[in-house]
Design a protein. Structure first.
Length: 64
């Protein structure tokens, strides 16, 4: 299985950048999206990535 990297680019907008290392395919998603789906057509895999910002963390038990 190929390797993937997930990054949060530096800057005021904290989006998500997902890249397939084997095929040099990458996609950058804008800030404000908690979950994103990245698809590499060469691998045939779709990854779902969820970003949790620790600056806005709260106890998940509060969601009841």
């Amino acid at each position: 299985m190929p390797g993937y990297t997930v990054e949060t680019p530096a800057g005021p907008e904290r989006g998500i950048r997902v890249a397939c290392q084997a095929h040099d395919t990458a996609e950058e998603f804008p800030a404000g999206r908690g979950s994103v789906a990245f698809y590499c057509p060469d691998c045939g895999y779709e990854l779902e990535v969820t970003l949790h910002d620790t600056h806005e963390w709260r106890d998940l038990g509060e969601r009841c």
